[in-house]
Design a protein around this ligand. Structure first.
Ligand code: ARG
Ligand code: ZN
Length: 868
């Protein structure tokens, strides 16, 4: 708790970057580990930075007290505290500075720095957690070689891990033991890690492309080691993939992963010692869904890929966060696409972008992928920096092609290995290595907001020419009222209606506010397939006829475009319905067209079930809400549910047949079995909307027969939205069956909080009092309240009770964990785009938070920006 309402917030500006006055080439860290009083002795070899301003040595701290300060081995008193920082005036060029601090890991409920998690000690230092351990220039452009000595009670902490390689270890007669670790690779403090505790390892090996043997270990609590196989396979596959696709080889003899239950984020790429949230390591068929398996694979890969994109080349300052995160998300997306179905992966990634990033870009927290200012950097680990950041680099791959893009990344790694680099360094390397001109493209790093592209097609039958007229606008965002045109690469195809084929794809690259492109040789007006593969992260407004969308949904040879046509067909219909633009005849015609397209997809023998599962999914309410301003969330919900129920009835036989067919497929991790499981639950979703009573029986049968979590969770999800004995029986069984598995109990909370049940809000209130609920475990908090905040019907209750519930949560959680509390502000911050009555209630909830006497910097920033 650093801020009180009376102090004006400190705003850090990107333009204010200055190189550090002192560098720290080497650091020795000595830990006497204890759950409530850990002693830390840090010995820093400091050198004046020739590029610095000649100022004093500034060592950041956060709530630390220096017990002693020595310079060159002598006690030193010429230092002062400036706020939380320790500042030492030092003459000359080089010194050794030794500082002692004592910290209480058990009191560290923010889970930043060194903290206790169920008897274990572990760290999370990104972005600014290291300063909660010891005084240090805690900024990513200070790179040091670390030597770490860990001493602890051997019975309580039998395993002692840190970055790099183990150098030495031993035991003392007093029951303590010690281990020395050395990491030869200079790294910023945010990549430091230690773990001490009672853990067991699953081991593996990997032989790198130059023939080095790397030892792999995944450390978990005893009993969990049966659930590490998928993570280990993913790790080995990632190591091989990064060699093959990016030419990147691992650079230590050891790679450790530790899974912990209490973790703010998904995982952390600490050099040679990744620390993970258990939810992205542990998986077996009984307890993890297919989605969970994908999550494990993707996050294991993401953290491994950071070894190059993040660790070997790190960020100069935190404004450059997308340098490592955007690039690494792109790399993990490419990896997962190669491991499974590439088109399905692309659709999933776009769905995440549209449901999480588009709303961010159109709201009060909008920021460019390279922000210009922040109050609390933890608030910038966003869908914009991560997912839009990945899309921006993906566009470079579209412009350059994969070979030239690879030449660009090779040059980037070669130029900047061992450095703290900037986004500009990355763009320049791609420009030089791939031979692209990215001058105007750089606006993607500068301008926030989702570009809106309007397109109109005209056809001249006499000349056979087709003209596409484009207009692009980038909407105003906070601090950026006026925008410049972007470079927007659109993969495009023009389909011949008669043959159902097209004569090859075109890459249309927009770079002006208005542009036209003409194509010849079309006796008939073609069907336009635009932004294929979602080649640019923009919103397209191309008023297309229902016939054209039905045509594309059935015939487009680009899988994403096919999905997109199906989505658009539904979006156009639902938006018109919500805006009251449909008379009975238009409503019936719209529904019939959707049912026709959906029926064709259900019957198409050429489709695999995984892809079919994407095509039958209705657009989500968050994405639908983006099409309406202001939006009445209740109307969106009601219209979408009504359509779902109608489709459930109209195609009832087909859904039942599908459910029967898929239920007969035995469990397996192959695409066919996964596809069957995905469709099985989707069929239930439509049937439940049409016929709740009969579907409760069908869902309960799926639940009872389930030999895997995908089927079990899918059935329980559907049952949670219904009333009746099957719901209660399944919930009770699920809790009893998995009472000792925290990750599965998280699902039990989420499914109820996210359910379609009209009393979901009451259920959440009751669940918050359940003995298994706690505010101190971020997974549990997210399981209950994120699921709730993403449940439009419950969160947007007309009387504002949902908003009050989230405001209460934020106020209760903030003193415990401000980082996680701040994540819940965004749902309330969308008030400006919501209909006036709810908007006023959302605003009131934000104002109540803002009026609290003490708020973390994290929550303060998000709330004040949301009210501006
Ligand atoms: N670098 C980590 C990752 O993307 C995430 C760190 C999260 N830190 C935070 N302050 N939210 O893999
Ligand atoms: Zn990352």
């Amino acid at each position: 708790m650093k801020d009180s309402a009376s102090q004006p917030p400190v705003v850090i500006q990107r333009a204010d970057y200055r190189p550090p006055a002192w560098l720290v080439p080497d650091i020795a860290l000595d830990f006497l580990l204890d759950l409530s009083a850990t002693q830390v002795t840090a010995t820093l070899d400091v050198e004046r930075n020739p590029a610095g301003d000649g100022g004093p040595l500034r060592l950041n701290g956060d709530g630390l007290v220096a017990q002693s300060v020595a310079v060159d081995g002598e006690p030193h008193s010429a230092w002062r505290m400036e706020g939380d920082d320790l500042v030492v005036d030092l003459p000359g060029e080089a010194h050794q500075v030794t500082i002692e601090t004592t910290i209480d890991p058990t009191a560290n409920t923010q889970l930043s720095g060194l903290y206790a998690s169920g008897g274990l000690l572990c760290t999370q230092c990104e972005a600014e957690g290291f300063r909660r351990i010891t005084f240090f220039p805690d900024r990513p452009d200070v790179l040091s070689r670390y030597t770490v000595t860990l001493t602890a009670d051997k019975a309580a902490f039998p395993v002692l891990l840190s970055n790099g390689n183990p150098m030495d270890s031993g035991e003392e007669e007093d029951g303590t033991h010690w281990a020395i670790w050395h990491d030869p690779w200079p790294k910023p403090s945010y990549l430091f890690a230690l773990v001490a505790g009672d853990l067991v390892a699953t081991r593996g090996t990997f032989t790198t492309m130059s023939g080095r043997e790397v030892e792999l270990a995944i450390w978990v609590r005893a009993g969990d080691e049966t659930r590490t196989g998928h993570a280990m396979r993913a790790l080995i596959a990632s190591m091989a993939w990064d060699e093959k696709v990016y030419g990147r080889e691992y650079d230590l003899d050891l790679f450790n992963i530790v899974a912990v239950s209490d973790f703010n984020a998904g995982a952390m790429e600490n050099k040679g010692l990744n620390i993970f949230n258990t939810r992205y390591i542990l998986a077996d068929p009984e307890t993890a869904t297919d989605g969970d398996y994908d999550g494990v694979e993707g996050v294991v890969a993401h953290e491994y890929f950071h070894n190059w994109s993040g660790n070997r080349v790190t960020c100069r300052d935190w404004f450059q966060l997308s340098l490592k995160e955007g690039f690494t998300v792109l790399r993990d997306q490419q990896f997962s696409a190669d491991m499974g179905s590439a088109p399905v992966k692309r659709i999933e990634d776009v769905r995440v972008l549209r449901s999480a990033q588009f709303p961010e870009d159109s709201g009060p927290l909008a920021h460019p992928i390279r922000p210009n200012s922040y109050q609390e950097i933890s608030n910038f680990y966003t869908a914009t920096v991560y997912n839009k950041g990945a899309e921006v680099i993906r566009m470079m791959t579209v412009l350059a092609g994969s070979e030239r893009f690879r030449a660009g990344t090779d040059l980037y790694f070669e130029r900047h290995d061992g450095e703290a680099a900037t986004c500009e360094d990355f763009v320049k390397a791609i420009e030089d290595g791939a031979g692209l001109d990215l001058a105007q493209f750089r606006r993607w790093y500068e301008q926030a907001g989702t570009p809106q592209v309007d397109v109109a097609m005209t056809h001249d039958a006499a000349s056979g020419s087709v003209t596409l007229a484009f207009k692009q606008t980038v909407p105003p965002t906070p601090g950026q009222p006026v925008k410049q045109p972007m470079v927007i690469p659109l993969r495009t195809a023009l389909f011949d209606r008669a043959s159902g084929a097209h004569g090859g794809e075109h890459l249309i690259v927009l770079n002006e506010a208005a542009q036209t492109f003409t194509f010849d040789g079309f006796a008939q007006a073609p069907v336009l397939s635009l932004n294929r593969g979602f080649s640019a992260p923009v919103a397209i407004n191309a008023p297309q006829s229902v016939d054209d969308l039905v045509f594309l949904a059935a015939h487009d040879d680009d899988a994403f475009a096919r999905y997109e046509a199906m989505q658009q067909l539904v979006v156009q219909h639902l938006v018109a319905a919500v805006e009251d633009r449909l008379d009975d005849a238009a409503r019936a015609a719209g529904r019939a067209a959707i049912a026709g397209a959906l029926g064709a997809i259900l019957a198409d023998p050429a489709l695999d079930d995984l892809m079919r599962g994407e095509l039958v999914m209705l657009p989500g309410e968050a994405y639908l809400a983006e099409q309406l301003n202001p939006v009445d969330p209740a109307r969106v919900h009601a219209e979408r549910e009504a359509l779902k129920a109608w489709l459930g009835t109209e195609l009832g036989d087909a859904w039942r047949a599908l459910h029967d067919r898929c239920s007969a497929v035995p469990y397996g991790l192959d695409a066919a079995a996964r596809g069957a499981r995905k469709l099985k639950t989707q069929a239930l979703v439509y049937l439940a909307a049409a016929d709740p009573a009969q579907t409760a029986l069908r869902a309960k049968a799926q639940y009872d027969a389930a030999d895997n979590m995908t089927d079990r969770q899918g059935a329980l999800m559907v049952l949670c939205g219904l009333d009746g004995p099957q719901r209660e029986a399944a919930l009770a069984d699920f809790h009893a069956r998995f009472a000792d598995n925290r990750l599965v109990i998280d699902k039990w909370f989420s499914l109820q909080a996210g359910s379609l049940h009209p009393k979901a809000l009451d259920h959440v209130r009751a669940l918050a009092q359940h003995p298994d609920f706690t505010l101190t475990n971020p997974n549990r908090v997210r399981a209950l309240y994120m699921a709730f905040a993403a449940n439009p019907q419950a969160f947007h209750a007309a009387d504002g009770a949902g908003y009050a519930l989230i405001a209460d949560l934020i106020l209760a959680l903030d003193p415990i964990n401000g980082n996680v509390a701040a994540r819940f502000v965004a749902p309330l911050g969308r008030w400006r785009r919501i209909e006036p009555q709810r908007a006023a209630l959302m605003r009131a909830a934000l104002e109540r938070i803002a009026a609290a006497p003490r708020l973390s910097r994290d929550v303060r920033e998000q709330v004040s920006k949301s009210l501006e």
